[in-house]
Design a protein around this ligand. Sequence first.
Ligand SMILES: CCCCNC(=S)N1C[C@H](O)[C@@H](O)[C@@H](O)[C@H]1CO
Length: 629
Amino acid sequence: MTTQTLCVCTCVFITAVMISVSAERSFSIDYSNDCFLKDEQYFRFVSGSVHYFRVPRCYWKDRLMKMYMSGLNSIQVYVPWNFHEPMQGVYNFDGDRDLEYFLHLANETGLLVILRPGPYICAEWEMGGLPAWLLHNPKIILRSADSEYMQAVSDWLAVLLIKMRPWLYQNGGNIISVQVENEYGSYFACDHNYMRSLRLLFRNFLGEDVVLFTTDGNTDNTELACGSLQGLYATIDFGTDTNISDAFLRQRRFEPKGPLVNSECYTGWLDHWGERHASVDTQKVSKMLRDMMSMGANVNMYMFEGGTNFGYWNGADHDTRFRPVVTSYDYDAPLSEAGDPTDKLLAIRDVIKDFRDIPVGPMPPPLPKMAYGFVMLQKIGNVSGLLEILSPQGPVKSVKPLTFEEIKQYYGYVLYRTRLPRDILDQTPLISPLNGIHDRAYISVNGMYQGVMERDITLVINVTGREGDQLDLLVENMGRVNFGPKINDYKGILGNLILGNDVLSDWLIFPLDIDGVIARGWLQSGQKSDGKDEGNTGPSFYSGTLKPNGVSRDTFMKLTGWTKGQVFINGVNVGRFWPGRGPQHTLYIPASLISATLTNNITVLELEQAAYHRRVVFTDRPQLDNMAV
Ligand SMILES: CCCCNC(=S)N1C[C@H](O)[C@@H](O)[C@@H](O)[C@H]1CO
């Protein structure tokens, strides 16, 4: 047989296989029998939400296996646009961002996937998943047919959805359906042209036979009226505080035929700093699940595994005031933040087993935890004194303050510096007249800490000083609003600051590469350490070492006596701490960040007042509750 003949035969064989595979695989809606069909057979999904972007890659299989052993046949997963396109036109799908590897693991575990690529996802994630670089144009209308927004959306979806197409069930993958936008009916714009444009893009990139759907809250019909669209199957979301029959009646008004679907059945709820820890009663969750499954409904439990808002990724809500979400996304979910099965999971599994066969075998046990004990930290220096390292390119000079977005830094911290225009020997108010501190500013005069200004809470602070003294405001982005009309959430100092009768001007604005500097190990204890205790010199870095003990285990870091800041473990930003506000009092540290053999570096950015004892402790249990610190 000639090579050419062999090649032709091979192509024919592969084509035949692909046709036979694709011919057998299909996922669709059966409007006659009000159900989904998988390969032309009745199918009901029992699903749980898990966010790969909130779980270290090394733990994805662990969480997926526990979800499978719980009796789920599907998972539901968002795709945060800002997680994958940090700068416009720059894409990252590596490591903890390797979505296709996550899909592969789900497939390997026997789990189908309900994909929710947004482009907006809400999810208590920074700006609801939208990239902050969209805000370069202050006139942009997010989540609308705005041409600049739609161009960016189209470019992003071209990258993502072309990647996703082979993963569709009918193409041999495990994605059974794809959500367009997210609770669009809850957004003020109600722009049907926007939804029509998205529908066209999704169809263009994914083909005509994928099940596309929408999800909307259902407190009243306006949400579904603005969020649904012909050609996208309308589904709803609700929790234990909703009457199930009433809810599905509202879905039926928009989908008179087809499967009943609750796309977000809330198993718990999110936590904001300074508020009581949210929890949802297990019995209520079990009963709601049983009732819905008895009706033949398709259910996705939001969340099944919540995970963690590592780094700066938490979002915020803003109704009456700015309410940033905590680092933990435990969500009181069936799997804890650390992936441990809870009583809620066991109760849910007991319900599911009455409706479908669940895998035989034990539920994987909680992963071992380690109480590594105390670590003493040493002060390295304050932010104001480390600018040469933290801001090597130097400041941006501007008569008036510029926002984070204007200097093209999107997350973390920026230092704003100016000089006092005159002697102010008496306590003089420093005011942000337009409530323009977004979100917290830590204020120092000549390196001596004065206090905090905070969005919506502390708009005035009294300072004193002499003409020409250095006034520093370290401004923190606490996370962009992820829900509602204020998601175009600019950060930094918005508008001018007034000191007494003076408008402060002639600013030096320092972008800070804190994460890069710490990841490169350029900030170690003993370096520029001032050693002596010269009072509170404002936001400062502290570091110490956790000696290896031959064991690398999950652990929880407790910062009793510290005030507020950021933790880095071996150069990785694990998130914010704020024990004085709570309800979160420990930070989850996955074992993947702890070396069993090398000395572990612990770096803390303390924004306000360090613990006098300079100690932190690594314990074997989390504390996310309303107990005193
Ligand atoms: C406090 C307002 C919360 C708004 N978000 C709501 S209703 N939710 C629906 C939203 O679709 C989902 O991404 C999550 O954000 C969920 C809450 O966990």
